[in-house]
Ligand binder design. Structure first.
Ligand SMILES: Cc1cc2nc3c(=O)[nH]c(=O)nc-3n(C[C@H](O)[C@H](O)[C@H](O)COP(=O)(O)OP(=O)(O)OC[C@H]3O[C@@H](n4cnc5c(N)ncnc54)[C@H](O)[C@@H]3O)c2cc1C
Length: 328
């Protein structure tokens, strides 16, 4: 009999897990957003584009390097060697080199997950509600519009920890580890400019500021949108301190800060938007590559198991795939 598996979340963890399991099980991925990629998403605002979540990724893990190899070969993933400076108010900017390879997906960050989703049964725009107790047939999923899906033998959540804690039922044996995870927010400021930018950097790492990072998104390799698109991100601490505040007010503060640290005239951007991520980075991970309740056939994986990075999300999903394949 074919094993049926539901995976909640179509970020890199959910999609890479689904591709690993697809030959041995009937796998369905549910994603509440309109598209795949999760925190590796891209925001379109023609003629501008912004990778408003993950900016780049590293590949220190050998298995992750092997996974990336075909995508590097066909250009879906490209090495990024930006001109990086460090900025602080009242201080002379200084150049800063990166000593390990950094990668981006091309022509935009969401492309890697879009490639992973090809040929998979991915249902976007479907927000799964907290699971009800398992029936004798298996797990039934209910969505936000009261649609039902199932039954499934296994349910795996790759949603951020706080959402996984709500989604998986109280009988999930790893609840304590999920609840102990602490994630932090981030404000991403998306600024499109009508004229080319008079700057000599592609990335500015910002010190002693509510801002941590500014990237000239259009300067990343292989971009399809080349209109000047600046993407700034707040520090996790600043985001946490302001996480429930009015977004337009936070946008005004961050734009003023960006103008002050860069010296750019940002008084009349051609495009301006802000995205608030409630769960962006991982301050305290679960400390285990994945969480598995074999008896109830429930599991969870994602970056928050290990560290708040693309690579860690993939490594977590890979480890869970190996454990599940051993028993399917
Ligand atoms: C602003 C920001 C900057 C970052 N910068 C970097 C960086 O430079 N380098 C780096 O390596 N990493 C960075 N990261 C972290 C990186 O993006 C994540 O580690 C990685 O993308 C996590 O992948 P994931 O699959 O574990 O989770 P996610 O990508 O979060 O995927 C989980 C998915 O579950 C979906 N979901 C949640 N609840 C439900 C539900 N009820 N029903 C259906 N679907 C649901 C979500 O919509 C989401 O798509 C950054 C993240 C952010 C937000």
């Amino acid at each position: 009999m074919t094993i049926r598996i539901a995976i909640i979340g179509a970020g890199i963890a959910g999609l890479s897990l689904a591709s690993r399991l697809r030959d041995r099980a009937e796998v369905t991925v549910f994603e509440k957003s309109r598209g795949v990629s999760g925190r590796m998403s891209t925001r379109y605002a023609d003629p501008f584009q912004f990778d408003h979540g993950a900016q780049y990724f590293t590949a220190r893990n050998v298995s992750f390097q092997a996974f990336l190899a075909p995508f590097l070969a066909d250009g879906t993933v490209q090495a990024w060697s930006p001109k990086v400076i460090t900025l602080a108010r009242g201080e002379t900017p200084y150049k800063r080199d990166w000593f390990e390879p950094h990668y981006v997906a091309a022509p935009r960050m969401n492309r890697l997950c879009q490639r992973l989703a090809e040929g998979l049964d991915v249902r976007v725009g479907v927000e799964i509600r907290p699971l009800s107790p398992r029936s004798t047939e298996g797990w039934w999923l209910r969505d936000a519009t009261d649609g039902t899906h199932g039954p499934y033998d296994w349910v795996i959540s790759t949603a951020p920890a706080a959402q996984t804690a709500t989604l998986l039922p109280p009988e999930f044996s790893c609840h304590e580890q999920v609840r102990a995870v602490r994630m932090e927010g981030c404000y991403s400021l998306l600024v499109g400019m009508a004229e080319p930018l008079p700057v000599a950097w592609d990335v500015a790492v910002v010190k002693d500021s509510p801002l941590a990072w500014i990237a000239a998104n259009h300067s990343k390799p292989g971009r399809e949108a080349t209109a000047p698109s600046l993407l700034a991100q707040s520090t996790p601490d600043w985001a946490e301190a302001h996480i429930n505040e009015d977004v337009p007010a936070m946008q005004a503060l961050l734009l003023a800060e960006m103008q002050a640290v860069t010296g750019l005239d940002l008084s009349a951007p051609a495009h301006l938007a802000t995205h608030r991520w409630r769960y962006a980075s991982v301050a305290a991970p679960a400390g285990e590559p994945f969480l598995l309740d074999e008896q109830r056939q429930l599991a969870a994986c994602g970056d928050w198991c290990l560290a708040g990075r693309v690579e860690s999300a993939w490594v977590s999903a890979d480890a869970l795939a190996i454990a599940l394949l051993a028993q399917l």
